[in-house]
Ligand binder design. Structure first.
Ligand SMILES: [Zn+2]
Length: 305
């Protein structure tokens, strides 16, 4: 996996946004090396672009929202997880509104579309974000840690609900593992919470078609769960999407307990500030022409020097 990758052809998908409940079409285009993942608001004058980077996160309440000024992109995490999970480094995501389609609440439809289109290698080596020393953040019963090693994610959650309680899941992330074990896991919510959100004009597109909804004892979805630990697998999906906001593929062991989008993002900022704990690494290639200083990479803008 030395070379950067993009999609072999554009892919398009339509659906409704979870919060506004409005239809939206999204197209993912191939992009040149060192573009990173960029979002484009096709419906706004000047077609403003925002990079998928942690420095552009506007909100982490219930979903990850990126933006600059009017150019807002909400619920980016499942598409980012799909792109990152199958190894796409560069892509242009064109959206016709402020919210990405929720589809079935998982990353499976995005993942299948991308894999159907296929990936194309670009003549430029990848730069990896390599963890060199352990870094940990603890707060109020949540913790997250990265340590040196091959990429793996271990997640644990603890919800006082008979169907969830304690769940723990561990994966070493590769395209096929992501597609089979993580991408199909759907987002979940509690019925009381959904009713409250809807009374506040949120989650208007939310239904049993795009989320697992729990009452006090079980799940309301007629088809039941896709996996007994679907809940914790979805948390892994979310952290894969949030880690994509580093702008570079991470090499390290990731462990999280009782995390959230907000906590994942706080951890990323904490990690970036520990400058001795990581380094940027470009695998050796036989072609010296393509080796350039990584500081010049647009995908890595915003990183402290
Ligand atoms: Zn999610």
């Amino acid at each position: 996996m030395i070379w950067q990758k993009t999609l072999a052809r554009p892919v398009t998908v339509s659906g409704i946004g979870l919060h506004r409940g409005e239809p939206v079409t999204l197209t993912v285009f191939p992009a040149a090396a060192n573009t990173g993942i960029r979002f484009v608001r096709e419906d706004l004058p000047g077609r403003p672009q925002v990079p998928a980077h942690y420095s552009r996160v506007l909100s982490t309440a219930r979903a990850t929202t990126l933006g600059e000024g009017e150019a807002v992109f909400s619920t980016v995490e499942h598409l980012l997880a799909a792109l990152h999970g199958v190894g796409v480094d560069n892509a242009l995501v064109q959206v016709e509104g402020p919210e990405l389609p929720i589809l079935d609440g998982s990353a499976l439809p995005f993942t299948e579309l991308i894999l159907e289109a296929g990936l194309r290698s670009l003549p430029w080596p990848r730069t990896y974000f390599m963890v060199q020393r352990p870094v940990e953040l603890r707060d109020n019963g949540s913790w997250m840690r990265v340590s040196p090693g091959r990429l793996s994610i271990t997640y644990s959650i603890d919800f006082p609900h008979p169907l969830i309680r304690r769940q723990r899941y561990s994966v070493s992330l590769a395209t096929e593992t992501f597609r089979r074990e993580i991408a199909p896991a759907r987002t979940f919510g509690f019925l009381k919470e959904v009713q409250y959100l809807q009374s506040q004009g949120l989650a208007l597109g939310g239904s049993l078609d795009n989320a697992l909804v729990l009452d006090d004892t079980g799940v309301l979805n007629p088809g039941g769960l896709r996996f007994s630990e679907e809940f914790v697998r979805h948390k892994i999906l979310d952290v894969v999407g949030d880690l994509a906001l580093l702008g570079l593929p991470l090499v390290g062991r990731v462990e999280v307990s009782r995390g959230s989008h907000d906590f994942h993002l706080r951890f990323i900022r904490h990690l970036m500030a520990q400058r001795q704990a990581w380094r940027l690494w470009v695998p050796a290639t036989h072609n010296r022409e393509v080796r350039r200083p990584v500081a010049a990479m647009p995908a890595f803008q915003g990183a402290p020097a």
